[in-house]
Design a protein around this ligand. Structure first.
Ligand code: SF4
Length: 82
């Protein structure tokens, strides 16, 4: 099935714990927050480095100020390729 055909990926399992939006790094930046939310949280959480780090090291290891696309920082925090 082609991309953009209405297939929806599963939402992020860490959404209830993630502080990226409410009170977090992207609070107060509604336009950017919407883009991040659509791309990662409800789009493809597997591309979010916060999600990947949480899967590997546990959610408590995710820095509260790390962006979903901060690959360089995530690489420094875990041994697996991101
Ligand atoms: S920012 Fe990443 S870890 Fe947080 S809810 Fe979105 S996809 Fe999940």
């Amino acid at each position: 099935m082609a991309l953009g055909s209405g297939v929806k990926m599963a939402a992020c399992g860490f959404r209830d714990r993630c502080n990226m939006f409410e009170g977090g790094r992207l609070s107060g930046f509604s336009g950017i927050a919407l883009l991040f939310e659509a791309r990662y949280c409800s789009g493809d959480p597997a591309k979010c480095v916060r999600n990947k780090l949480a899967e590997v090291r546990g959610f408590d290891s995710v820095p509260s100020d790390m962006y979903p696309n901060d690959v360089a920082r995530a690489r420094g925090l875990m041994d697996v390729a991101v």
